[in-house]
Design a protein around this ligand. Sequence first.
Ligand code: MAN
Ligand code: CA
Length: 332
Amino acid sequence: MGKAAYYFVISILARAIFCQESSRVPPEGGFLKREYSLSKPYSGNGMTIPFWDFRDNAMITNNFISLTTNHQGQLGSVWSKIPCHLRDWEIHMQFKIFGGGRTLAADGLAIWYTYSRLTPGPVFGSRDEFEGLGIFLDTYKNGDQPVTFPQISAMVGNGSTKYDHMSDGQLNSIGSCLGSFRNKDYDTTIAIRYVRQRLTIKVDIDGQDTWRECIDVPGVQLPTGYFFGVSAATGDLADNHHLIGFKFYELDITRTAEEEAEDWSTIKPGVFGKPPIDNRDDSGTGDYRNTSISGFKLFLIIVCALLGVGVCVVVGVVVFQKRQEQNRKRFY
Ligand code: MAN
Ligand code: CA
C-alpha cells in the first residue's frame, strides 16, 4: 500500500476509534459570525474588507490576503473592526506560509485577541506589551533551543510584559508545540478554542483532515470587548505569509443565570491555576510529544487493546471453569 493510502486508512480508523472531528467541519454547536470572519472573496473592490481593516504591507487578492511577501523587513496585519463581546468561541484559521528557503525563513505569523488594534510593532509585525492573547506561528528560531522549528506558542500579556523575541517567547509562554507547517501543498489550518476560560489550540498541518492537539491551558482569563487580528513580519530572512480564511464560531455554552450575569468586560488578562503545559519533544525531531498518535503507535494501541480483551476473556473462561469444577466436586 502506498504511503498516502496507508495514512488515509489510518486517519479514517483513528477518527472512528477516537471520535475525532474532521478539521473541515464547524465545531459542534458553533454559529459562524460574519463580523469576525474572513473568507473568499474578501472584498468587492480590492480596497476594503467588510468588518476588517488592514495596514502596512498587507494586500488583498482574490484567493488570499498577503500579510508579507518573500522580502526582507516587511510587516502587515488585518484587524477586526468590531470588538467581540462573546465569551466562548472557536476560530478555524487557514493559512499558507511558504518561500524559497527550505529551512531558513522568517519570522512567522501571530493571531491576536487584544485590547489594542492596528498598531505595528516588533512582535510578528504587531505591538509589544500587548494586553490579551497572542498565538505565534514562529518559523525562525532566534534562541538556541535544541529543537527544530517551526514552533507554535501562546502568551497572555497584561499590557506591560514583553514578548522575548530573542528566545522565541519562551519566558512568558503558556504552552508550545513544534510542527512543520511551511511549504505545504495542502491546506494548513489552526483551531483556537476558548470555552469556560480553557484555551485549546489544535492544528491540521499534516494534510490528514484531522486536528491534533498543540496547547491546552485552563484558567485563561480574557475579557470580552477585545479585537481579533492577524499579523506577520519578515526580518533579515523572509517568507510569504498568506491568510486564506478566518472562520469565527460563537459556541453555545449553557450557563447558570448567575454565571450569565457576571461582567466579563472588566477582568484583567492573565492565566491562573496550572503551570504552562509544554507539548514539545525536545529531542529535536520537530515532532510532538504524546499528543499525536502516529500510524504505527495507533496500530500498536489497537493490537494491545485486542490482546488485552483476549487475555481478559481467556482468564474469565478459566476462572469460570475452575469454579464450576469446584462446585461439582462439592456435590459428590
Ligand atoms: C534579523 C532580525 C531578527 C529576525 C531575523 C530573521 O536578525 O530582524 O529580528 O528574527 O533577522 O528574519
Ligand atoms: Ca522567532
